[in-house]
Design a protein around this ligand. Structure first.
Ligand code: FE2
Length: 252
């Protein structure tokens, strides 16, 4: 979800989307909430107040330093698990949903371009075991640049988690599928935010930085706003996914 345009779209459409799809729990990647980069405690509370059950983050998790103390105590906002052990917060949350089920939410960073302290493959087994000790329903947000890393993680976790959902690249992929052992997967859930842009940034500013190599202050674009994401159905007893559908809804 990117900036004020993304938040506005959630304000206008999240409740009706929850009703339309019979949603029991909603997870949002919020690392671009604060004007396109980072998240503040106020914005995190605002997003949770819209009917979001958990917020995951990514490589921009700590851009707004004030989020640090918030992450230390938050039970619903998590940062990637494989950042440095010196960073505040946790990479796993178990949240209660409206229908009485509990969902384990895990957030990890891929390696390409994002330079995590540890490979996600080094930490994921323990995280999944910890989550599954609490609930069979486990969703992993794999925040990564490389499609191959996301696909490899999903295949590695097939049968052990409910879903592996990719974020970070902001472009929704057309590969939503349930893998052979019951894990739902999509390489990228897409972007809730302004699509008349370069992945959320005013195109002219992104082009100028790329053409000149000079520092350019990015601004969040405004136009072409839509909600993108994925709707996953699963069995509450086993956590096994039965379907995954990529969704896109225009804010117009
Ligand atoms: Fe990111």
């Amino acid at each position: 979800m990117v900036g004020a345009p993304g938040r506005g779209a959630l304000v206008r459409h999240l409740q009706s989307l929850r009703d339309e799809h019979g949603i029991d729990a909603c997870i949002v990647n919020g690392e671009n909430a604060a004007d396109g980069i980072g998240i503040t405690p106020r914005l995190a509370d605002q997003i949770l107040g819209l009917g979001v059950d958990a917020i995951t983050l990514g490589n921009h998790a700590f851009r707004r330093t004030e989020i640090g103390p918030y992450l230390e105590t938050s039970e619903r906002v998590i940062r990637p698990a494989n950042t440095s052990t010196a960073t505040p917060g946790r990479g796993l949350a178990v949240v209660a949903t409206g229908n009485g089920a509990r969902i384990g939410v895990i957030n990890v960073l891929g390696s390409l371009f994002l330079h995590p302290a540890t490979s996600m493959f080094e930490v994921i087994d323990d995280l999944v075991a910890e989550a599954r000790a609490e609930t069979p329903i486990v969703v992993v947000d794999v925040h990564a640049e490389a499609t191959s890393e996301k696909a490899a993680l999903a295949r590695y976790l097939d049968g052990r988690v409910t879903a592996v959902v990719g974020t970070h690249t902001h472009v929704q992929t057309s590969d939503a599928t349930v893998l052979p052992k019951g894990t739902a997967f999509i390489t990228d859930a897409g972007m809730t935010g302004p699509h008349d842009s370069v992945i959320g940034v005013e195109a002219e500013l992104a082009i100028r930085r790329m053409r000149t190599g000079l520092p350019v202050r990015f601004e969040t674009a405004q136009g072409g706003v839509r909600i993108e994401g994925a709707v996953i159905d699963c069995d509450a007893e086993t956590g096994r996914a039965s379907s995954i559908e990529a969704i896109r809804v225009s804010d117009a």
